[in-house]
Design a protein around this ligand. Structure first.
Ligand code: NDP
Length: 311
């Protein structure tokens, strides 16, 4: 690939992530990669996260490629409005979708419940095993993750309701009414991003509208669900299960120990995105580099964020 020339020089890209050698070489065949010492010259940046100070040091920045799917951790107020921000949705969506369905079924079919009992030496049976086939499921967010989850649940024979902002066709009943999606659902999976419209979107009334023995799975972001609503529903309905990979305390999981330790909670420490899996990791980096190069080559990048969702 020829290096993209701009103003008679190579386009300069600040990279703050560690790239495997072949990807780093591919990038440097197309652009001039600059380090921290030459950030001021960068027109584009590739990163997991970025600080307001870094942004201030890049007055020529026009494009920011983030390696994660979620963009809620960016210091949006410090990103100048003319800077185009692209996320990386889709790069680990298979991993998250598989995990969400595993969590949903493990909890709903009471696999986790009986495993915990057996390990405690309690070999007797107590709760019955509900059927998934023919039951209603709700998928919140019909993006890269949500559409995969919805297809998997539909393939298992559940009647899937898909809640999202933009209508999407698939093996689900589309609705933009959250209560309609969740009412009577036995399984609900949230794969919503956290933005100013989704923060606190799932309230007590939505959880309470689900089946009393239902399972709410969250693989998106914790703050989409009101913490107080979760505490209340878990206290009121011992048969209801809250299964989550994401926590209000972000990575300081001990701060959510009061909820995590409840018997009707299934908890994992933010691993759904393919934690520790080299292939998933590699694909995330590769897709981020591909997308950055789309912009460098004058094509339209994927996953361009809507600034108005965050600021
Ligand atoms: P996508 O961007 O592909 O999908 C997001 C979906 O949510 C889109 O369909 C979007 O609709 C919809 N949406 C956004 N805002 C609203 C709203 N206000 N009301 C209703 N629907 C809305 O992202 P992914 O599916 O790849 O990922 C989703 C989230 O999952 C990420 O943002 C991240 O937070 C989380 N995640 C968690 C991981 C983990 O390890 N647990 C790993 C990876 C991601 P529209 O098309 O109209 O914008």
């Amino acid at each position: 690939m020829l290096k993209f020339r701009i103003y008679g020089g190579f386009m300069k890209v600040y990279v703050s992530a560690d790239l495997p050698r072949d990807l780093a070489e591919r990038l440097s065949r197309a652009v001039e990669v600059v380090g921290r010492d030459r950030m001021g010259e960068a027109e584009a940046a590739l990163c997991f996260r970025i600080t307001p100070e870094e942004l201030k040091s890049m007055p020529r920045l026009r494009f920011l490629q983030v390696i994660t799917a979620g963009l809620d951790h960016l210091p949006w107020e410090a990103i100048p409005p003319h800077v185009v921000v692209a996320g990386n949705a889709g790069s680990n969506a298979d991993a998250v979708a598989e995990f969400a369905v595993a969590m949903a079924l493990g909890a709903y079919k009471r696999v986790i419940h009986y495993d915990r009992r057996m390990k405690r030496g309690e070999y007797g049976r107590d709760v019955g095993i509900p059927m998934a086939v023919g039951s209603k499921a709700a998928v919140l967010g019909l993006g890269e993750i949500g559409t995969r989850v919805a297809k998997m649940l539909a393939a298992l024979g559940l009647r899937v309701y898909g809640f999202s902002r933009t209508r999407k066709e698939g093996p689900w009943v589309f609705t933009s009414d959250l209560l309609e999606a969740m009412a009577g659902a036995r399984i609900a999976v949230s794969a919503l991003p956290l933005n100013k419209h989704t923060r606190g979107l799932v309230k007590y009334q939505h959880l309470a509208a689900m089946d009393g023995e239902g399972v709410f799975v969250n693989v998106g972001r914790a703050e989409v669900v009101e913490r107080g609503a979760v505490e209340r529903i878990l206290r009121e309905r011992p048969g209801f299960i809250f299964a989550s990979d994401v926590w209000w305390s972000r990575s300081d999981f001990a701060k959510d120990a009061d909820i995590i330790s409840l018997p009707n909670v299934v908890a994992t420490p933010w691993v759904a995105g393919g934690y520790g899996n080299e292939l998933v990791w590699r694909r995330m980096l590769e897709e981020a580099v591909d997308n950055l190069l789309r912009w460098v080559n004058g094509e339209t990048p994927r996953n361009i964020a809507r600034r108005e969702d965050y600021v």
